[in-house]
Design a protein around this ligand. Structure first.
Ligand code: F6R
Length: 241
């Protein structure tokens, strides 16, 4: 495990964006696993800035997002697909058919999970997976539970995740109760994993995840077993480490 300590959110975003851009430069047709949420926003802004300066080329990059809410179409502003279009895809020269986000409105949800997993394998697997950390230790939408789920699947969101994500909706009742998420096995198969964490509110769960027991009760704890895991976190998030 490599840990890069950043002074603050901007420094964290820049350091992580540097790691991702190095991946794109080394392998221009790389497969990136991407995340939504507040934490990666600064990273995407930095990548867009470098693209505009002609320092980055996304024309051969392929992406797979970690997750999507069940029932929200791509044009719903709360959907993760919309978020990615707004913050990255529409601002760089990525090919639309190289972008993959689980389709939350597919009526055959089981089939969607299966074909998402197959599409990742068909492109040779993920080179670098970007992750945020949920306040309850979740990665993707793999919520705390009694076993690690291997593949892309449907999940019932926990109350704490609904509470944490309601900030993006009018109120908590509008937050979808289910999502499609890559499984822990899907995430762990990525050749490199890059996690970004900021803020004191995640300090305790981060310490638990990285130094505590590996347990599905803290899904991110599995990352201790990944052979190429990098964390970029700010001083506040690392205050107990
Ligand atoms: C997002 C995702 C989630 C978030 C996590 C942290 O695609 O899969 O696991 O990374 O909930 O969210 P923020 O960054 O908003 O604190």
């Amino acid at each position: 495990m490599k840990i890069y300590r950043a002074h603050d959110y901007n420094d964290m975003s820049r350091k992580a964006a540097n790691i991702i851009s190095a991946q794109i430069i080394i392998k221009p047709n790389c497969v990136l696993g991407l995340a939504t949420g507040s934490t990666p926003l600064g990273i995407y802004a930095q990548l867009v800035e470098w693209y505009k300066k002609d320092d980055l080329d996304f024309s051969r990059v392929k992406t797979f997002n970690l997750d999507e809410y069940v029932g929200l179409p791509e044009d719903n502003p709360q959907s993760y697909h919309y978020f990615m279009n707004e913050n990255l895809f529409s601002k760089v020269n990525i090919e639309r058919n190289n972008v993959h986000v689980p389709e939350g409105t597919n009526e055959d949800i089981e089939g969607e999970c299966l074909s998402y997993e197959r599409a990742i394998d068909a492109l040779g697997g993920i080179d670098m997976q970007l992750l945020g950390l949920g306040p309850n230790g979740h990665i993707g939408f793999n919520e705390p539970g009694n076993c690690f789920t291997r593949k892309t699947h449907i999940v019932d969101l926990s109350e704490s995740t609904i509470e944490a994500n309601k900030r993006f909706f009018e109120d908590a009742s509008m937050v979808p109760r289910q999502a499609i998420t890559m499984g822990i096995g899907t995430i762990m198969k990525a050749r490199k994993i890059l996690m970004v964490v900021d803020g004191a509110k995640k300090a305790e769960v981060l310490m638990k995840a990285l130094t505590g027991e590996v347990t599905p009760e803290v899904p991110a704890s599995i990352l201790q077993l990944h052979p190429d895991f990098t964390l970029v976190a700010d001083d506040e998030a690392l205050k107990y480490m």
